[in-house]
Ligand binder design. Sequence first.
Ligand code: NAP
Length: 303
Amino acid sequence: MYDLIIIGSGPAGLSAALYAKRAGLSVLVLEKNPMSGGQILNTYEVDNYLGMPGINGFDMGMKFREHVDKLGVEFEEAEVLRIEAKGANRIVHAQDADFTARAVLIATGASHRKLDVEGEERLAGRGISYCATCDGAFFRGKTTAVIGGGDVAVEDAIFLARICKKVYVVHRRDELRAANILQEQLFALPNVEMVWNCTVSEIFGEEQVQGLFLYDKENNRQRKLMTDGVFVAVGIVPNSQPFRNIAATDPNGYLIAGEDCRTSTPGIFAAGDVRTKRLRQVITAVADGACAVASVQEYFLQS
Ligand code: NAP
């Protein structure tokens, strides 16, 4: 029996573990993968976290984990299937074991959204990737296309432009959603070409990706774009599936919780990218972890 079980070991979960341990709570962190850090592990560079300019995402994850390890926080590898509220107990049912606590913090983050077009499933891992920093090196000297117009798509394209001969950025509108500073860097690269107002209708290739069929919305016609690799960066979906029975979600599947991280069920909290919020960044996830523990302590005093 723990005071607090934290599900997820990204920035929100690790920050909560730090605050909980310092507050004298008994705490267990359940992580699906043996590597802590969450999405930043696949981020080449994080340049907007105060005090750590230009840090590599993997190094940042390791720093976060080291800090928490110094306090002696307990970690366990477990895939959580659901949470049950039984009186004052919150029972976490995982694949191979059950864990009980007075409160549970869900900090499971979010995952890559798929394009859901023909060829995507068949050619995944055969030229289609969802992580430029993981797979970019396979495309050295080749042609790649990045799909999307957000921060991730633009960061991926900048990263790939250092490795690839040519990088197309395919976006469904005529302006990017990404931060201006990233756009400026992107537009200055000579081997990047923007493909505006186009959606992907098919990714084709026999054994490996050979190219894309695009629908050009402006001219109302199909286009063919030859490319060796496709990097899909069209946003994220919350990892909230196992918790939808216990905590209310918004239409996009995010767990509804305010800055206090309280969900619709007392004793169940949500922090980081999995909860409803305006800005999903490392710094806001870390802040959530701290706020969530303050709310957990308040909940213990009230219950
Ligand atoms: P995002 O900001 O939601 O951008 C997703 C992009 O994909 C948008 O341009 C969107 O187009 C496009 N898109 C969505 N569905 C599509 C579809 N089916 N077909 C084609 N295009 C589609 O997601 P993100 O770039 O993954 O970033 C996620 C969050 O992390 C954001 O809040 C971002 O600011 C944050 N982030 C921050 C940093 C940083 O600060 N260094 C780095 C990475 C990520 P529309 O523009 O037309 O909607």
